[in-house]
Every structure is written in structure tokens, then in C-alpha cells.
Design a protein around this ligand. Structure first.
Ligand code: 6PG
Length: 470
């Protein structure tokens, strides 16, 4: 029987969709699932694509069905299940075989698994896949980390199944070991910040301007035709426009205001902290999700603290909404600048040599944060020269100069209205901190030296100094 080009383990929704995508692009794929019944069901539902799918009852069968060197994609929940799968699959893999973790792994796990694979016979690839179920089925954005030889073996399949932006595949090899999963983690961190800032503008419209879900949905629909055009703005408009069939109420008004999180946003914030890179909008977004989960505490506090007295608003609602659009743009620039700064620092720290322009390019389609805006980021990195921070790249300086006054006004207004805008306000503080030539850390240094003789540098003398504290 003709051998399969690739194998896949784990036929959950993501795994099934990825397998169908691979088969649809003309590649023969061998599949295995922990429960055999799911494998049969999957093949039965694959329609004409079933001809290119080789169902396997055992992992031995799976390995025997693939053309060596054999690549096998693991699409199992992140964490322990990946290690368990590797423990059984590893011994069946021979020299040159490639085991690919396509889940949302913590890159530290990917680095460890890469080291463990070196002691075994196979190669390990950590592959970040973004785009949700639809993306997996019709074209995700794919961020690959591993050794170049493994990449060359899987490159054709991966480029074929990836989303295309103006014909260019949204998939790339980004560097060794954990590089792909790290980039996917930061993608998610940015996704958190993006979503949070969108939710904050929604909050100002809902609670500050008293607008209804449909009306706000129309605003996002309009924004999606402008510079904020992106998948997240598009789906926000759609979520806000959708009514609950039973009650006729906008669904969003029926959804409990407690956000879930699986860990990637938190990992982004942790890694940023570990690298000493400020990623305040991402951190604020993670914290906001945690605060959202404290529903009962918030309800109790709401009974203690009344909201601030309503302020007379001189500005027309339409103008406030127009300011919010620009505020969101400014916040977004700061948040993306933070995400890319974290990746630049990690690249140096781990010796990955991450290709920043390529990362922006493969995020233009397929992934959750896909947008036009990423095209501008790619262009900024492609323009050459060292970019210390996206906010100082010429195209973004122009955008920021147009947008930051509106961010300032929107954050100020939200504060007076008692509406929390943690991501937008921290984005503004980051921008203001970054563009301030003389900050206030001189006082911090004075305090540190006062209580702990930690020393400081002086502006008028070189070498470590101490203050003449009494
Ligand atoms: C993607 C998404 C995907 C997933 C996240 C959501 O890029 O396709 O980011 O990875 O939806 O796991 O994460 P939370 O559950 O933490 O919001």
C-alpha cells in the first residue's frame, strides 16, 4: 500500500480538522486516536478525503504506514498528555523520525522535550498553530521550531495547509527548539491584550454612553472598515449583533462576565517579566481576566462603593466613539510593540535569531490576531536597521502621533466615569514612560541607596556613588 507522507495522533476537533486539511491538500495521512471508535467515525465522516486517510488501530501500525523519515503530528492537550504520548511513541520512532507537538505548549517544555529527543533516536519539533477550529480545517498560521532538517522534511505539507496571505503561506520555521512555541505564546499574549482593549472600549460605550449591544456592534463593524480592520474586530461586531433565539436578547448581555484562560497569556507575562521587558498591556489583560473571575467579590465590592457621580458630558457621543477608535489604535500599537520587544529579547537570550518580519508576515492571515496592521509591522521590520521598539519605527510614529491624544482623553474620561480600562491605561503609561527622557527612577535610586546602600550612578560623575544621607 502507498505510504502516507505524515501521521497524526489525536483526533479531537483540532486534530481532525488538521488531518482533513492535510488530506484536502493532496497529502496522504495516517491517523491514530486513543479510542479506536473515534478513528472509524472520523474516516466515515471524511467523505471523498477518506481515500487519502489511513486509519490505524495501533501506534505500531501508524508508524509502519508512514514514509521514512516519519513525521507524526501530536494534537493532544498540552502538558502531561504530550509527555505520555511521547513516552509510547518515542520508542517506536527511528533515526530521523520527527515527532511534532502542535499544541499550545509552554516553550520550556518544548526545550526539555527537544533535549530528551536528543538522547533518543527521533527529532522533536514544537509547532504553534493558531486559528482555532476553522483555521485548522482551512488554513491556520503555523509557527515552527526545531532543527532545519526536520523542517525541510515537513515543509511542503505545512506550507500547503497554512493560510495564505496574497498567496504567501502563513507558516515558517522560526528557529530551533522552543522558538515556535514561544512565538505562539506571545501571539496569544498579544491576543489577550487586543481582546481586553476591545472589551474596554465596549465597556465605555455600554456603561459610559449607555449604548446597546447592537448599536455597539455597528460601531465595531464600522471600525472594521478602517485602520482597525482585523479578525478580532470583525468577530466582536458579530458577537454583539447576535441575539439569543430563546429570549431575543443580545447573547452578549446574557453571558456571565467571567473570562476563562488556559495559560498562554499568563506565560507571556511571566516570560516578559523574566526577560525584564515591560509588557504591561499583556499583563493588564491577564490580570483583568483574573479579576473578572472574582465575580462574587466584585459584586460585594459594588455594594460598598457606589460608582462616581455622573459627570456632565460636553462631547457628543459620536465624537467620544471616534476618539475610542483612535485610542484603540494607539493602545494596539503599544501592545504589539511590547509583544515584539519580548520576542526580540527572548531571541537574544535563547540565541534563536527570530525573524521579526517573517513573524509579522505569517500572522497576517490564519491566526486569531490577523489584521492589516501586521502588514505595517512586517514592513517596519523589513525596512531594515535596528528597531529598538515598534513605537519608534517611522510608520508607527506617525500613527501614534495621530492616535495618542485620543488614548489620553479616553483613558482620562474612563477614569472619571469609574470605568476600568487597565490595558488601555497601561498602554498609555508605557508610551509615556518610554518617551520620557528623564523619568523618576532617580528618586527610586535615592531611596534604594538610603535604606540599603545599593548605590547609584550620577549624571555628572562616573562610577558607583552613595548619597550623603543623614
Ligand atoms: C489561537 C488561539 C488558541 C486558543 C487559546 C485561547 O491562536 O488559535 O489563541 O490558541 O483559542 O487557547 O486561550 P485562552 O483559553 O487562554 O483564552
Amino acid at each position: 500500500m502507498e505510504k502516507a507522507e505524515i501521521g497524526l495522533v489525536g483526533l479531537g476537533t483540532m486534530g481532525s480538522n488538521l488531518a482533513l486539511n492535510i488530506a484536502e491538500k493532496g497529502h496522504r495521512i495516517a491517523v491514530w486516536n486513543r479510542t479506536g471508535a473515534r478513528t472509524s467515525e472520523f474516516v466515515a465522516q471524511a467523505g471523498p478525503l477518506a481515500d487519502r486517510i489511513v486509519p490505524c488501530a495501533t501506534l505500531e501500525e501508524l508508524m509502519a504506514a508512514i514514509e521514512p523519515p516519519r513525521p507524526v503530528i501530536l494534537m493532544v492537550p498540552a502538558g502531561r498528555p504530550v509527555d505520555e504520548q511521547l513516552a509510547v511513541l518515542g520508542p517506536l520512532a527511528g533515526k530521523g523520525d520527527i515527532l511534532i507537538d502542535a499544541g499550545n505548549a509552554n516553550f520550556h517544555d518544548t526545550q526539555r522535550r527537544t533535549r530528551e529527543a536528543e538522547g533518543a533516536d527521533y527529532a522533536f519539533v514544537g509547532m504553534g498553530v493558531s486559528g482555532g477550529e476553522e483555521g485548522a480545517r482551512h488554513g491556520p498560521s503555523i509557527m515552527v521550531g526545531g532543527d532545519p532538517a526536520s523542517w525541510h522534511r515537513i515543509e511542503k505539507v505545512i506550507l500547503d495547509i497554512a493560510a495564505k496571505y496574497e498567496g504567501e503561506p502563513c507558516a515558517a520555521w522560526l528557529g530551533p527548539d522552543g522558538a515556535g512555541h514561544f512565538v505562539k505564546t506571545i501571539h496569544n499574549g498579544i491576543e489577550y491584550a487586543d481582546m481586553q482593549m476591545i472589551a474596554e472600549t465596549y465597556g465605555i460605550m455600554r456603561d459610559g454612553l449607555g449604548m446597546g449591544a447592537h448599536e455597539i456592534g455597528k460601531v465595531f463593524e464600522g471600525w472594521n472598515r478602517g485602520r482597525l480592520n482585523s479578525y478580532l474586530i470583525e468577530i466582536t461586531a458579530r458577537v454583539l449583533a447576535t441575539d439569543d433565539p430563546q429570549t431575543g436578547t443580545p447573547v452578549v448581555d446574557l453571558i456571565l462576565d467571567k473570562a476563562g484562560q488556559k495559560g498562554t497569556g499568563r506565560w507571556s507575562a511571566i516570560e516578559a517579566q523574566m526577560l525584564g521587558v515591560p509588557a504591561t498591556a499583556i499583563e493588564a489583560a491577564v490580570a483583568a481576566r483574573s479579576l473578572s473571575a472574582m465575580k462574587e467579590e466584585r459584586e460585594a465590592a459594588a455594594r460598598i462603593y457606589a460608582p462616581p457621580a455622573p459627570q456632565a458630558v460636553a462631547t457628543a457621543a459620536a465624537d467620544i466613539v471616534a476618539e475610542l477608535e483612535l485610542a484603540l489604535l494607539a493602545g494596539k500599537i503599544a501592545a504589539y510593540a511590547q509583544g515584539f520587544a519580548v520576542m526580540q529579547a527572548a531571541s537574544v537570550e535563547h540565541g534563536w535569531n527570530l525573524p521579526m518580519a517573517t513573524i509579522a508576515r505569517i500572522w497576517r492571515a490564519g491566526c486569531i490576531i490577523r489584521s492589516q496592521f501586521l502588514g505595517s509591522i512586517a514592513a517596519a521590520f523589513e525596512a531594515g536597521g535596528e528597531i529598538a521598539n515598534l513605537m519608534v519605527a517611522p510608520a508607527f510614529v506617525e500613527m501614534m502621533n495621530q492616535a495618542h491624544p485620543a488614548l489620553r482623553i479616553s483613558v482620562g474620561r474612563a477614569a472619571l466615569w469609574g470605568l476600568p480600562v487597565p490595558a488601555l491605561s497601561s498602554a498609555l503609561a508605557y508610551f509615556d514612560g518610554y518617551r520620557q527622557a528623564r523619568g523618576t527612577a532617580n528618586l527610586i535610586q535615592g531611596q534604594r541607596d538610603f535604606f540599603g546602600a545599593h548605590g547609584f550612578e550620577r549624571i555628572d560623575r562616573s562610577g558607583p556613588q552613595h548619597g550623603p544621607w543623614a
